[in-house]
Design a protein around this ligand. Structure first.
Ligand code: DHB
Length: 489
């Protein structure tokens, strides 16, 4: 039951909370002793086993499973604002001491939808990272979070921006609040998630301890603790949403739709030119041989930094015969001296159709998931870019509603990185598929460049020929966590 409904139900009976408070037992200091509502109970668990396939064969993992623990004192909806904790105690019968182990904080948010882990019967097994982390001796925490479609009996949308990131921050705070009670080292929290969950992961990493979220966290009764994380591993993050339409046209603007038709050329061109201004405003450096990242240098940056190395690794790993047939089917790839090279234009042709029409995110008819993400109160969906708002209303001077600039900031890791947030994650593992046209490849490109320019430790890789949601090197991620956290397994 939602808290608002619960409170209403209580108010209908009596003004109980105040009365209980006044009559409650007083301590020596005159204050009522109260139990910590956010104290984790280590004894409340079930012991489970899971068979985890690893590179070294199947592992039998015995672990303690703590289910559906509310992570805020005043939840709006406990279906979502809970987390599961899985603590390894033995792997193949050998005891594991996870008391100072890294903590993998793995969210399952997709589509900015609500995400509940409350009904789970064990650690998530149908994604590679959580079970592999457990088998490596790490603690796995799986938080739920409110999402954009949640609406209460009064028609209020209570999971729209910034609810999901506030919830995930509250979950991090809960872990820190319970340091010593929950096994695992809260100085070694590694956040991860895919797509919208990847976006929230990037946000967790970029916005650690930002005071901007404080009022929202306070309203939920979140623990008064740090919400910074050591590392963040976003997979195909659907982020920087207010610039995603322009970036999409820069990247996929010349690609046809799946039905073979092309998008409105003039709209695409308008957005593409806005991307040039936006990209210039970021003042990012693309590294050696690239220089300042602009709409003009960006194709070269993507090809040289990510796409050619990706194709090279893919082709080098193939048996000679398969490589030869791949190359004969793809004569646009030059394979010389064990290295792949090609042009951006040929790469785009290879990827084929774009997934989304123009504009890709701020739809004129408010039908995109992101329009709903930026809903407010009883309004299901809103425009969140001046460009779409003006096109849709026909008013060239229309302005975004007054609350939106702040909410856009709260949902976007890029401004926090531009502000050089000193409490950001300093270690990043970023992945996306080369054929992922859910958003522009410049989203990952800019995240990588911003972090790299700040001097942070960034491991970005593009999976060759892979689409949205790909996770093709989970064992490498698990090893990366061990190295990053200085964990000896
Ligand atoms: C997701 C995918 C999208 O294309 C999008 O716009 C938002 C979210 C997702 O898979 O989470």
């Amino acid at each position: 039951m939602k808290r608002r409904q619960l409170v209403r139900a209580m108010a209908a009976t009596a003004a109980l909370p105040a009365a209980v408070g006044a009559a409650g037992p007083a301590s020596a200091t005159g204050r009522r002793k109260s139990r910590d509502p956010l104290a984790f109970d280590p004894d409340d668990h079930t012991t489970l086993t899971a068979t985890v396939p690893t590179a070294g064969g199947d592992r039998t993992v015995t672990y303690r499973f703590h289910r559906a623990i509310p992570y805020v004192a005043e939840p709006v909806d406990v279906t979502y604002q809970t987390l599961n904790v899985s603590v390894p105690v033995a792997v193949d019968g050998a005891p594991v001491d996870a008391s100072r182990a890294p903590v993998l904080l793995s969210n399952a948010v997709g589509g900015y939808m609500p995400s509940s882990t409350a009904g789970a019967t064990g650690v998530t097994l149908n994604r590679p990272n959580p079970p592999l982390a457990l088998a490596a001796g790490y603690v796995v925490v799986e938080p739920g979070a409110r999402g954009r479609t949640l609406v209460d009996a009064d028609g209020e949308y209570y999971g729209v921006a910034p609810a999901a990131i506030v919830d995930l921050k509250a979950a991090v705070r809960y872990l820190r609040h319970n340091e010593g009670r929950i096994p695992g080292d809260t100085d070694r929290i590694v956040a991860t998630g895919v797509s919208a969950g990847g976006a929230l992961t990037a946000l967790l990493g970029a916005t650690g301890d930002s005071p901007r979220y404080e009022p929202y966290l306070r309203a939920l009764g979140a623990a008064d603790a740090s919400d910074a994380v050591l590392a963040a591993a976003p997979y195909c993050p659907i982020t920087d949403l207010e610039h995603a339409d322009m970036a999409y046209e820069w990247n996929w603007g010349s690609s046809p739709l799946a039905d073979g038709t092309s998008v409105d050329r003039s709209l695409s061109r308008e957005l593409r030119s806005l991307f040039a201004d936006y990209q210039a405003s970021l003042r990012l450096d693309g590294g050696r041989g690239i220089g300042r990242l602009t709409a003009r240098t960006y194709d070269r940056y993507l090809v040289r930094t990510f796409l050619e190395p990706s194709a090279t690794r893919h082709l080098a790993a193939l048996p000679a015969g398969e490589r030869a047939s791949y190359l004969s089917a793809n004569p646009w790839i030059d394979w010389t001296g064990g290295r792949a090279s090609f042009t951006w234009a040929d790469f785009l042709t290879h990827v084929g159709p774009r997934k989304k029409n123009v504009p890709a995110f701020d739809a004129f008819d408010l039908s995109a998931p992101e329009n709903n993400l930026y809903g407010v109160h009883t309004t299901r969906a809103r425009h969140f870019t001046p460009w779409s708002l003006r096109k849709a209303t026909g008013d060239p001077r229309a302005r975004l509603e007054a609350d939106l600039p702040e909410k856009l900031d709260l949902m976007n890791p890029m401004p926090s990185l531009a502000r050089r947030n000193p409490h950001r994650a300093r270690h990043w593992f970023i992945r996306v598929g080369a054929k992922d046209s859910d958003t522009s490849l410049s989203v990952v490109g800019n995240l990588n460049a911003a972090l790299d320019n700040l001097g942070d430790d960034v491991d970005t890789f593009v999976y060759w020929d892979a689409g949205h949601g790909a996770n093709l090197d989970a064992p490498d991620f698990i090893d990366w966590i061990g190295r990053t956290c200085g964990h000896v397994g």
